[in-house]
Design a protein around this ligand. Structure first.
Ligand code: FEO
Ligand code: CA
Ligand code: CA
Ligand code: CA
Length: 591
């Protein structure tokens, strides 16, 4: 039975059974409808989706692949009408195209990846801006909306902040160092209170190919895993070949700010926020009115960051906030064993961030934010994914998804498990409940995994059922009642006896640490997105890469996916899609 906890309602829904099959499942009493799928029209003139005859020109007008972050920006304060901004993180060529084959036979796959297919992939990356409306209880995409927009790996963007115009940002095709085409691997993100979309470049290294040996920045490339050689775009586009355009990779790995209200606006790469494998950009306003963005760098042994603007947010004058993300202080977190912590500033000239260590200006500091954080002695974490602040309590939740490479002699208070296969969640409280403060206290909210296996060391509450626990926390959302919802990446029948999905985790009172299963994805998929409307009556979810292999021994391909969700038609591949959850008869989600 639901009990109020510190002013918040406890979750009250009947949880679903954990597991995995061909389709999605939501708690009883809720509808979970597909809103838009890969290939569906975004722009009014988009052709109908035909997977056998797909073209880059069609894809540039259609919904992209692998939807990840979802943000809702209300129109006129409405919870039933707004803009939906969606990241298209990456592409699965083996599931998208006939006859390409699985990704782990890359050499064979690359040989079959023609320029036309590469160009479709590039067009399926980036993001979509949709106008959405709830009519008679059901959500739909508004056709022919003046806001509709596709952003791709070729959209012209501006580089702003300390690295703009720097030598290391210049290329043969952009001698200004201020103009770049496209954004890559946009994973999580955020929306700002002034109605812009923050979309975060994560594994940009994978798009570059060639060899780092002999490269003028070989050491810097190595710290970021460039070139990753995950895609063969460099075969057809010189800028993705590190030997041909040595600086192009410095122009990726940033947070991009986009104004969704103007479809002609030029997206801006905000370099003051640092360059790394950005997970998200959840944000909150500090006590004195400055803007604070929490950020994870999703890599084993990398860091948790935050950025605090110099200027205050002006909620009365949208234009006043236009470039406030270009000036401020980037910090990296150090977690101490006594449960306190410190935010260390990444400021040129301070501490070790000097010319003697190769940092000639703040541009060098942000371009090599990882090396700067190494020198400052930040705490090496177990893959920081989403970091979200709870405005009701000012607690900050950090999702640490896993790190099976951590050895016994590398464990510390904040990353206490060696071979951490299931991840954990840290809860931080800024000093004075001020998000601009440079000190905080912290504790572990939960160590994830199956609590019935003692060796796993999971710490969910004893009220958590066999369906209620999860592993590999990734995206998260705090609803408007201040409750935490967690989406996972990496649960599978093999790893945890369950697929990925969405869980509701109690954080306060006696129920703290109790988790319940609300939604699960179809076979092979990962759960992304969670996003609530301001009235908490609608929950948008993103189902990413349905149809991937659930068993390493069986190849999942266009011809043989693990599911054909959501169409279930022969010849139609599985399609990443946005799912919209509402309560039958109306009401708040999970209330
Ligand atoms: Fe794209 Fe760290 O997840
Ligand atoms: Ca993620
Ligand atoms: Ca993910
Ligand atoms: Ca994924």
């Amino acid at each position: 039975k639901a009990q109020a906890q510190n002013g918040r309602p406890a979750f009250n829904f009947k949880e679903i059974a954990a597991g995995s099959d061909e389709t999605h499942h939501v708690a009883e009493g809720y509808d979970a409808d597909v809103l838009i799928r890969w290939g569906d029209p975004v722009l009014a003139d988009a052709p109908a989706f035909d997977p056998a005859k797909q073209t880059a020109a069609a894809q540039r007008h259609q919904f992209g692949y692998n939807n990840d972050f979802v943000g809702f920006i209300p129109l006129d304060g409405s919870s039933e009408h707004g803009l939906l901004v969606v990241n298209h993180e990456y592409t699965n060529e083996e599931l998208m195209f006939p006859g390409i084959g699985r990704q782990d036979t890359k050499d064979a796959g690359f040989a079959r990846m023609t320029r036309d297919l590469v160009d479709i992939e590039m067009a399926a990356h980036g993001g979509s801006i949709l106008e959405v409306r709830r009519i008679a209880g059901k959500w739909q995409v508004v056709k022919g909306s003046k806001y509709a927009r596709r952003i791709t790996a070729d959209t012209e963007m501006e580089i702003t902040g300390p690295a703009a115009g720097h030598e290391r940002m210049k290329t043969p095709s952009d001698p200004s160092g201020r103009k770049v085409l496209g954004m890559l691997n946009n994973c999580a993100g955020g929306v700002t209170p002034w109605g812009t979309w923050l979309t975060c470049e994560e594994n940009f290294n994978g798009y570059f190919w060639g060899k780092a040996d002999g490269h003028p920045e070989a050491a810097a490339l190595k710290r970021y895993g460039v070139p990753g050689n995950w895609y063969n775009w460099g075969q057809y586009h010189d800028r993705f070949d590190v030997t041909k355009e040595p600086n192009e990779s410095n122009r990726f790995g940033w947070v991009v700010e986009i104004d969704p209200f103007d479809p002609n606006s030029v997206p801006k790469k905000r370099t003051a926020l640092g360059r790394f494998k950005h997970e998200g950009a959840a944000n909150i306003i500090s006590r004195d009115g400055r803007f604070v963005i929490y950020q994870g760098d999703d890599e084993r042994f990398d860091y948790v960051y935050k950025f605090v603007t110099e200027a205050k947010v002006d909620l009365q004058n949208r234009a006043a906030n236009r470039d406030i993300l270009d000036r401020g202080t980037l910090y990296v977190a150090k977690y101490k064993a006594d449960g306190t912590g410190e935010w260390l500033p990444l400021v040129h000239g301070q501490g070790p961030l000097t010319e003697a260590n190769g940092f000639r200006s703040q541009a060098d500091v942000v371009i090599e934010a990882r090396r700067a954080a190494d020198l400052l002695g930040a705490t090496k974490m177990d893959r920081p994914e989403d970091v979200e602040a709870n405005p009701k309590t000012d607690k900050v939740y950090v999702m640490l998804t896993n790190n099976t490479r951590r050895k016994n002699d590398q464990v510390d208070a904040a990353n206490p498990r060696a071979d951490n296969a299931f991840g954990h969640i840290i809860e931080m409280l800024p000093n004075g409940r001020d998000h601009a403060a440079t000190t905080f206290t912290w504790e572990i909210l939960v160590k994830c995994g199956d609590p019935s296996i003692a060796a796993v060391g999971a710490t969910f509450s004893s009220a958590t059922t066999k369906d209620g626990w999860f592993g590999m926390p990734d995206n998260c959302a705090v609803d408007n009642a201040g409750r935490l919802w967690i989406a996972t990446d990496g649960n599978s029948p093999k790893a945890t006896g369950r697929g990925d999905g969405l869980w509701a985790l109690e954080t306060e009172g006696e129920g703290r640490g109790t988790s319940r299963h609300f939604f699960r994805v179809p076979a092979g998929a990962e759960m992304c997105g969670p996003c609530f409307t301001p009235d908490d009556e609608t929950l948008f979810l993103a189902v990413q890469h349905p149809g991937e292999s659930e068993d390493d021994k069986v190849a999942a391909t266009f011809e043989q996916p693990s599911t054909r969700w959501p169409d279930f038609k022969e010849g139609m591949p599985p399609r990443p899609a946005i799912v919209v959850v509402t309560r039958r008869g109306g009401g708040k989600i999970g209330a």
